[in-house]
Write a protein that binds this ligand. Structure first.
Ligand code: HEM
Length: 505
C-alpha cells in the first residue's frame, strides 16, 4: 500500500487530532489525582498532630482567665507557652490561633470554599443590615466589594483628596488661637464629616451629621466580644445598636431616594454605587445601597478616627519627641516646595507621616483579630518544623495584635519606631508576606487602605502645620470591651496656633 504525500499528511493530522487531546486529558487527570493524594497524605501526615490546647476550666474553658486578665493577656500567655499554633476553648467553641507569617498563608490566601468568613461573621448582620456583607451569598458579596474597589480607584481618590482638604480646613477654623480639646471626640466627628462628604456629598451633612456620628458610635459600641457568640443577647449595648441601625437606615433611605429623584449625577461614592452593575446587568437596590453606605461608613469611621487619635497620642508622647520633630520637618519641606497646596500628589510625598501612621497601626490595629471557619482540614508547619493538623469545622483566628509584634519580625517590637519601614530597613517586608496585617492581606485585604491613609494624612498634616500641641492627659489605655478596640477615655490636648505657610514668613 502506497500512501501519497497528501495522504500521509492527513494521516498525521488525524493521529495528532486523537492522540494529543487524549495525552493532555490523561496528564491533567493524573496530576489532579497525584495532587489529591499529596493533599490527603499531607492531611494524614504522621507528623501532624492536633494543635496544643491552652489550659482551661471544665465546661467553660478559658472564661475565668478571660474575665480576670482580658483577652489580650490570655492569648499572649498561650502564645508564650505553646508557640505559634494553639487552640483556646471558650464555652462550647474551640478557636485555633495562627500567629506569625510562617503559619498564616492558608488563613489569608486559602480559597473561600476552604477557609470561609461566613460562619464566623454572621454576628455583624444586625449591624450592617439586610442585603449586604454576610447577609448575602459569597458571589453577591464579592461583587459588592468590587463596587467599593471601583469607588477607591486613584482617579476617584484624587477627587476625594480635594473634598477631604476642604472639610478639614473648614473644621479647624472652629478652634481658637489656643485652647484645650478632647482629640478623640474631635476626630470622631471630623472623620464622620470627611467620610460622609466623600460618600454622599453635601445633602446629608447639614441635616444629620452629629446624629449620624452618635449612631455610628453606638453601632461600634454594640459590637462587643459577647456579640460574636450571642449577637442578639438582650443587653443595653445591643438594644442601642438596633435603634441606631434603624435610625441610620431611615436617614440613608431618604438620601438614596432623593438622590435618585434629583437625577443629577454627582461625583461621590454614593453615585458610584448607584451606577454600579452586577455581572448580570442588575442595578443595586435601595436596601443594598443603604447597607453599603452604612458598611463603608462603619468600616472606615471608627478605624480611621481611632488611628488618628493614636497617631496624636504616639507623636505627642514625650518619648517620641524625635518622631514628632521629623514629621514637622517634613511638613516644612513640603510647604517649602508646594506652598499651601495639599492634594493627592502632595500627600504621596509625606512619607515620614505615612510611616508614623503605619507604625501606629502596627501597634494599635483597630481590627485586633480576624476570624475564619475551616471548611476543610489543613496542615500548618511552624518555623521550628512542627506540623499541626487543624480539623474541618474549627474556628481559626489571626490575632493581629500579637502577629504584628513578633520579635522575629520586628526589632524591639513594643517600641514606636516608624523608621523600621524606611527603605533599606523594611522590616515588614523582610519577614515575608503577611508580616504586616493591619489591613488584612491576601484574598480579603482591605479595599479602603489608600482612602484611610489619605484621610489621616490630610488631618495630621493640617494639625502639624497649624498647631503646636501638647498631650495633657496620660497616654491612653485601650478599650478591650469592643470588637474594634480604640483609645479609652478622653485624650486631652492643649494647642496653640502657629503658621507654617510661606506667606506668613
Ligand atoms: C484605618 C482604617 C482601616 C483599617 C485598619 C481597616 C482594616 C481592615 C482589615 C483588617 C480588613 C480585613 C478583614 C478580614 O480579613 O477579615 C479589612 C477589610 C475591608 N475593609 Fe478595611 N480598614 C480600614 C478602612 C477601610 C475603609 C475606609 C473602607 C472603605 C470602604 C474599608 C473597607 C473594607 C472592605 C470592603 C473590606 C472587605 C474586603 C474583603 O473582604 O474582600 N476599610 N479592613
Amino acid at each position: 500500500l502506497v500512501l501519497s504525500h497528501t495522504d500521509m499528511e492527513l494521516a498525521t493530522v488525524n493521529w495528532v487530532a486523537y492522540v494529543v487531546p487524549i495525552a493532555v486529558t490523561t496528564t491533567i487527570i493524573i496530576s489532579a489525582m497525584m495532587a489529591r493524594r499529596r493533599r490527603r497524605r499531607a492531611e494524614r501526615s504522621p507528623c501532624a498532630r492536633p494543635p496544643p490546647v491552652a489550659a482551661g476550666a471544665p465546661l467553660v474553658g478559658v472564661l475565668p482567665w478571660l474575665l480576670a486578665k482580658g483577652p489580650l493577656q490570655v492569648i499572649r500567655d498561650a502564645h508564650a507557652e505553646l508557640g505559634s499554633v494553639f487552640t483556646v476553648r471558650l464555652l462550647h467553641r474551640e478557636v485555633t490561633f495562627l500567629v506569625g507569617p510562617d503559619v498564616s498563608s492558608h488563613f489569608y490566601q486559602g480559597l473561600d470554599s476552604e477557609v470561609s468568613q461566613d460562619e464566623v461573621s454572621r454576628f455583624t448582620i444586625p449591624t450592617f443590615g439586610p442585603g449586604v456583607a454576610f447577609d448575602v451569598d459569597l458571589a453577591t458579596r464579592r461583587e459588592q466589594i468590587r463596587f467599593f474597589g471601583d469607588a477607591m480607584k486613584p482617579a476617584k481618590l484624587r477627587t476625594y483628596a480635594g473634598l477631604m482638604v476642604r472639610e478639614v480646613e473648614e473644621y479647624f477654623t472652629r478652634w481658637g488661637e489656643s485652647g484645650m480639646v478632647d482629640l478623640k471626640q474631635e476626630l470622631e466627628l471630623l472623620v464622620t464629616l470627611v467620610a460622609s462628604r466623600c460618600l454622599f456629598g453635601e445633602e446629608v451633612r447639614s441635616k444629620m451629621l452629629r446624629e449620624a456620628a452618635t449612631h455610628l458610635r453606638e453601632l461600634n459600641d454594640g459590637m462587643r466580644l459577647v456579640t460574636i457568640l450571642f449577637p442578639h443577647l438582650p443587653i443595653p449595648a445591643h438594644r442601642r445598636r438596633d435603634r441606631a441601625r434603624a435610625r441610620l437606615g431611615e436617614i440613608f433611605s431618604d438620601m438614596v431616594r432623593s438622590r435618585r429623584e434629583a437625577g443629577r449625577p454627582v461625583d461621590d461614592m454614593l453615585q458610584c454605587l448607584i451606577d454600579s452593575r452586577y455581572k448580570d446587568g442588575r442595578a443595586t437596590t435601595d436596601t443594598e445601597l443603604v447597607g453599603m453606605l452604612l458598611s463603608a461608613l462603619f468600616a472606615g469611621q471608627h478605624t480611621s478616627s481611632s488611628t488618628g487619635t493614636w497617631t496624636g497620642a504616639r507623636l505627642l508622647a514625650r518619648a517620641n519627641a524625635e518622631h514628632l520633630r521629623a514629621a514637622v520637618r517634613e511638613q516644612e519641606r513640603v510647604v517649602g516646595r508646594y506652598g499651601d497646596r495639599v492634594d493627592y500628589e502632595v500627600l504621596q510625598e509625606m512619607e515620614t507621616l505615612h510611616r508614623c501612621i503605619k507604625e501606629v497601626l502596627r501597634l494599635h490595629p483597630p481590627a485586633m483579630m480576624l476570624l475564619r471557619h475551616a471548611r476543610r482540614s489543613f496542615t500548618v508547619r511552624t518555623r521550628e518544623g512542627d506540623e499541626y493538623e487543624v480539623p474541618a469545622g474549627r474556628t481559626i483566628a489571626s490575632p493581629l495584635l500579637i502577629h504584628n509584634r513578633l520579635p522575629q519580625v520586628y526589632r524591639d517590637p513594643e517600641r514606636y519606631e516608624p523608621g523600621r519601614f524606611c527603605p533599606g530597613r523594611g522590616e515588614d517586608g523582610a519577614g515575608g508576606a503577611f508580616s504586616y496585617t493591619a489591613f488584612g492581606g491576601g484574598r480579603h485585604a482591605c479595599v479602603g487602605e489608600a482612602f484611610a491613609y489619605m484621610q489621616i494624612k490630610v488631618i495630621w498634616s493640617h494639625l502639624l502645620r497649624n498647631f503646636e500641641m501638647e498631650m495633657v492627659s496620660p497616654f491612653p489605655e485601650t478599650d478591650w470591651n469592643v470588637v474594634m478596640p480604640g483609645p479609652k477615655g478622653k485624650v486631652m490636648l492643649r494647642y496653640k496656633r502657629r503658621n507654617m505657610s510661606p506667606t506668613a514668613k
